[in-house]
Design a protein. Structure first.
Length: 288
């Protein structure tokens, strides 16, 4: 027989589970931890696995072509590819070591080119409902220098700003409040460019958040205000111990150090029961 506390506790657990399930809308596996894969010994490269096992809930694209297989614990040196790293990954010959951003698995998107075909992007996508309370989308990403990582909702690119980071990732966030409550496609894309055609983009921990993202103009003004305040304080310290004098030969003002003063007190007056500052005769004289 359940006590009233037992009913309350069971209801509380059910409510928490419901809130957790709806916090990310109907999107799933946003941290890539739902993979069902065999462990590969650390330091060894893997092979192709089914995308449904590697990325449940996601669809993969190389260019415009949907893929059915992705690589596990493997890399390419130029070809476009979708990879999942984990659960044991320490790099291959030291390459891309320490790239499990969080948990056991991290996604890797590689745009690239084929020997006889044009360049192609690599993307992961899924369709779901954005939580009604969502104001921003946050994710952890690590891209090689020059890479172009793109996040889009309903085909619209989300402008990302850096809001934090860790030893092996940058934490980005973008305003997605206009999509709250809508059913849309979320797409993550590694996009190559003529200057950098073979980017690597490691992605993990995608979260729909109720936290709003400051407008870029607000961030710019805040940074500018901090810089101006620092300059003013620095200037104030620079001139706090200087005075201005007028050089008649050059008709210009020049800075000279301010003399410091000490107060000399006639000790004969100190023992008197009552005395005034005027009686104390405390002249100011420069220190030498």
């Amino acid at each position: 027989m359940k006590t009233p506390f037992g009913f309350f506790f069971a209801g509380y657990v059910s409510l928490c589970a419901a809130l957790s399930a709806t916090a990310q809308g109907t999107f799933q596996n946003l941290d890539f931890e739902s993979a069902i894969l065999a462990d590969i010994p650390s330091g060894q490269g893997g092979s192709f696995v089914s995308i449904s096992d590697a990325f449940p809930g996601w669809t993969g694209y190389i260019g415009t072509n949907q893929v059915t297989q992705v690589r596990q614990n493997n890399l390419t040196l130029g070809e476009p590819s979708i990879d999942i790293l984990g659960p044991s990954w320490s790099g291959i010959s030291g390459i891309a070591a320490n790239r499990i951003i969080s948990g056991q698995y991290t996604a890797l998107l590689q745009a690239g080119t084929y020997p006889n075909r044009p360049p192609a992007d690599a993307a992961l996508a899924q369709i779901g409902q954005v939580p009604i309370t969502a104001h921003s989308l946050q994710l952890k990403e690590l891209g090689a220098s020059g890479s172009q990582f793109i996040v889009s909702l309903a085909g619209q690119t989300i402008s990302l700003i850096q809001i934090g980071g860790g030893t092996n990732y940058v934490l980005y966030a973008g305003d997605i409040s206009q999509f709250a409550g809508q059913t849309v496609e979320l797409r993550l894309t590694s996009h190559g460019s003529p200057d950098y055609p073979f980017p690597w983009d490691f992605v993990d921990d995608i979260v729909f958040s109720a936290q709003s993202i400051p407008e870029p103009s607000v961030l710019t003004l805040s940074a500018l205000g901090t810089i101006l305040l620092s300059l003013r304080l620095s200037r104030g310290r620079r001139y706090s111990n200087t005075a201005r004098t007028f050089d008649t030969s050059t008709m210009r003002q020049t800075a000279r150090p301010k003399p410091t003063y000490s107060r000399a007190i006639d000790s004969s007056f100190v023992t008197r029961p009552a005395w005034s500052a005027r009686q104390a005769r405390c002249p100011l004289r420069p220190q030498t």
